[in-house]
Design a protein around this ligand. Structure first.
Ligand SMILES: Nc1nc(=O)c2c([nH]1)NC[C@@H]1CN(c3ccc(C(=O)N[C@@H](CCC(=O)O)C(=O)O)cc3)C=[N+]21
Length: 300
């Protein structure tokens, strides 16, 4: 009987957070306590909950936070102001703008206001550009989580065919570029699929490694993958269900059916999600260390 490897994110997240704690201790010894500024412009339950979780995590490890929450009906100018305030606040080391933003705001105008030195998500054009150029200042939390899962479970990327389903600037574009880069965690042949892709199944079947970040429950069924594929399901979709919370969390992959075909697969929840959160903290520590000139273990 072939065993499918479960690509669990939680134990890896604990390891990342252990290092973060060590490095926060080092920063404290130098009189530095990082502050994360966050911006949210959504009243979607999942978006608010992700933001709450980030702040809880920061509180738990002693990272200060400044939180700007806006209503999706607020003006674009109110958003630019909120970003500008955190960008120019000397107490704020790290800045995180949660996406998606409402359609009536110019995302480019928001990106332009994020100082590269405070950027933990490659949200500013300069930090995303550096990543694409092969010289990243930071690696965004979700792509970092995907690469960590692959390397920790010895899923080789070099020379292998990776199919990414989704084309977001926050996740898929940086991830595809990192997988494409020369060197460890890279050297892959990368195909990026999206809503206009013809015959998605024909593409996903070519994958040695399939990464889904489309936000569409049950998009990928067992007929769409080849035996032995390593599946990293990034999406954490809430679907209505007869549970206490009124919903359950599922990825883009039909887990029950695909699991029996795959060689390795992430659980949802408990896969990429917890590790993403840990890398938010990792990046807060790294940008703070860089700004203050303190050497930390995993620093830049
Ligand atoms: N600029 C930006 N960067 C992001 O990385 C980003 C974003 N915007 N917007 C919103 C989405 C959502 N997201 C999640 C991260 C972790 C969990 C997570 O930890 N999920 C747990 C379960 C959570 C639960 O139980 O509700 C898990 O997968 O095990 C969920 C969702 C990051 N996002």
């Amino acid at each position: 009987m072939r065993e499918t490897t479960l690509l669990r994110g939680r134990p890896l997240a604990d390891d990342v957070l252990d290092d973060v704690q060590t490095d926060l201790g080092t920063l404290r010894a130098h009189g530095v306590r990082p502050t994360l500024g966050t911006v949210l412009m959504s009243d979607d339950d999942a978006a608010v909950s992700f933001m709450d979780r980030k702040h809880e995590r920061c509180d738990a490890v002693g990272v200060r936070t400044k939180r700007a929450d806006l209503s999706p009906d607020d003006s674009a100018a109110a958003l630019y102001d909120a970003v500008e305030r955190l960008a120019t606040d000397d107490e704020v080391n790290a800045l995180f703008v949660q996406v998606p933003l409402p359609d009536h705001v110019d995302a480019g105008a928001v990106r332009a206001r994020v100082p590269p030195a405070k950027d933990i998500d490659c949200f500013a054009p300069a930090t995303l550009g550096r990543l694409v150029a092969g010289d990243p200042l930071v690696v965004p939390p979700t792509p970092a989580a995907v690469l960590k899962l692959l390397s920790a479970y010895d899923v080789e990327t070099a020379g292998r065919d990776v199919v990414v389903v989704g084309r977001t600037t926050a996740i898929c574009k940086p991830l595809a570029n990192l997988l494409l880069a020369r060197g460890p965690d890279g050297d892959a042949t990368v195909t990026v699929c999206h809503t206009a892709t013809r015959d998605l199944a024909a593409k996903t079947r070519t994958a040695d490694i399939l990464v889904t970040a489309a936000g569409t429950p049950r998009l990928v069924d067992a007929s769409m993958v080849s035996p032995g594929v390593s599946v990293v399901d990034v999406s954490v979709n809430r679907v209505p269900a007869d549970t206490e919370r009124g919903y359950e969390l599922v990825g883009d992959v039909d887990y029950e059916r695909v699991e029996s075909v795959a060689g390795a697969i992430t659980p949802v929840p408990g896969g990429v999600g917890p590790l993403t959160l840990a890398f938010v903290l990792r990046n807060v520590v790294d940008v703070t260390a860089r700004q203050t000139g303190v050497d930390v273990v995993d620093g830049p």
